[in-house]
Design a protein around this ligand. Structure first.
Ligand SMILES: Cc1cc2nc3c(=O)[nH]c(=O)nc-3n(C[C@H](O)[C@H](O)[C@H](O)COP(=O)(O)OP(=O)(O)OC[C@H]3O[C@@H](n4cnc5c(N)ncnc54)[C@H](O)[C@@H]3O)c2cc1C
Length: 409
């Protein structure tokens, strides 16, 4: 550790903060300098589609730590300070005002940005994207005056925003290019549960359609879909995926694909420079694949592991992926990774909104999701991690404990 006097973190959000926290926990006594482009101290994004968007949570509840914490921990937090370049040869980052800051180790935690739709009318007032606190404030503000809301996209952001805005009492239409919401991650079987949930709460679902134009004079009045339909709405929220913010890494000559390429220790192609969280496409030793995850849990844990590895540990990041979502009164957790599967089976009745779903491939559980069933996610992750073959009739039987791997085979 002795050769490391200063660690620079680019990106002041969850990954960066968890890394800084872990550095101090590990006993690192040198300088930690964190640069963030946003004006607010690091905050949690999940509430931005949920309680914060609905106005049920105060601003100070979404911060990762109170402002004073950074001083107590001697973390030099520079907000509203974008890093313009990384210069690996001289081990410096360059700020907008040309100031150069040296580093011994660097963590890139620049996250992701919403993918934008480039279709006619994209610049109309009333068309929103959601990534930041300011975005959430703007949507919430617009919702107080809106008559009808159109959500473009049936992924996590779209589905959660549709739920929250419905809960605020506004009419909502969701347009998605899949046959059910969340189909790309969860498939038809579980996506159907979400379709029924939203439909039951009064969301109008326009499926298998793409938005091709935003219509209106100065502000949006409607969304046109590929089949020529005109869907009225004076507030539009677009959630069509996110792109990793790799621009600094690209220009610095680091290896980049769909994210900054890092090994299982979260180190980039240049020694001493690490990347973690939404921006990192990390080699996952258990799954034998490169994964870029946009999940809260991944941000927290990769931040910590990157910190320890910057200090010279060699800790592979091999956690089974985990994420969660809350929509209306349906809370869920998901463990695993299922880019493809042969079969989905349920323990419990999906229509009851209280069930566990398993995605199976070659007789093994590759992912599981507990919906309104709690304290089972660790067991699901262990089951995925065991790679053990399971007997379908045992796994769907609620009397067989999920943490008894022997009983499930
Ligand atoms: C609205 C919303 C809801 C979510 N809900 C859930 C959920 O329910 N469950 C779940 O598991 N996950 C959820 N997520 C995902 C989770 O929030 C992200 O995985 C997590 O925020 C990633 O953290 P990060 O620090 O890697 O990146 P980010 O949070 O994107 O932070 C990156 C930071 O780096 C800054 N930055 C970028 N470039 C520079 C630069 N050049 N110089 C300085 N700073 C820079 C950015 O401004 C940003 O502040 C949600 C995400 C969003 C947007």
């Amino acid at each position: 550790m002795s050769d490391i006097g200063k660690i620079v973190i680019v990106g002041a959000s969850l990954t960066g903060t968890k890394a800084a926290e872990a550095l101090r926990k590990e006993g690192f006594d040198g300088r930690i300098v964190m640069f963030g482009q946003e004006t607010q101290p690091p905050y949690l994004r999940p509430p931005l589609t949920k309680d914060y968007l609905r106005g049920e949570t105060e601003l100070d509840k979404v911060f990762v730590h109170p402002r004073a914490w950074y001083e107590e921990q001697r973390i030099e937090l520079h907000l509203s300070t974008p890093v313009r370049a990384i210069e690996p040869a001289t081990r410096e980052v360059v700020l907008d005002d040309e100031e150069r800051v040296t580093f011994d180790r660097l963590l890139i935690a620049t996250g992701a940005a919403p993918r934008r739709l480039h279709i006619p009318g994209s610049d109309l007032a009333g068309v929103h994207y959601l990534r930041t606190l300011e975005d959430a404030d703007a949507i919430r503000g617009a919702a107080t005056a809106a008559r009808r809301v159109v959500v473009v996209g049936g992924g996590w952001i779209g589905a959660e925003v549709a739920a929250s805005i419905r809960q605020l009492g506004l009419p909502v239409v969701m347009i998605a290019d899949t046959s059910v919401p969340l189909e790309r991650v969860l498939g038809i079987e579980v996506g159907t549960v979400y379709r029924d949930l939203h439909a039951g709460r009064g969301v109008e679902l326009v499926m298998n359609q793409r938005a091709v134009a935003f219509l209106g004079r100065s502000a949006v009045e409607a969304v046109e879909t590929a089949d020529g339909a005109r869907i009225e709405g004076d507030l539009v929220v677009v959630g069509v995926g996110a792109q990793p913010r790799t621009e600094l890494a690209d220009r610095a000559g680091l290896d980049v694909g769909d994210g900054i390429l890092v090994d299982e220790y979260l180190e980039t192609s240049m020694s001493g420079i690490f990347a973690a969280g939404d921006v990192a496409a990390a080699w996952h030793p258990f799954l034998g694949a490169r994964l870029r995850l946009e999940h809260w849990d991944n941000a927290r844990r990769q931040g910590r592991v990157a910190a320890r590895n910057m200090l010279g540990k060699a800790e592979p990041y091999a956690r089974i992926p985990y994420f969660y979502s809350d929509q209306y009164d349906l809370g869920m957790e998901y463990a695993g990774h299922a880019p493809s599967w042969d079969r989905v089976v349920f323990r419990g009745e999906p229509a009851s909104s209280s069930f566990v779903a398993f995605w199976l491939k070659d007789g093994r559980v590759v992912a599981g999701m507990n919906a309104n069933v709690w304290k089972v996610n660790d067991a699901i992750a262990a089951l995925v991690g065991s790679r053990q073959r399971v007997a379908i009739e045992r796994i769907v039987d609620p009397t067989v404990p999920l943490d008894d791997l022997e009983a499930l085979s």
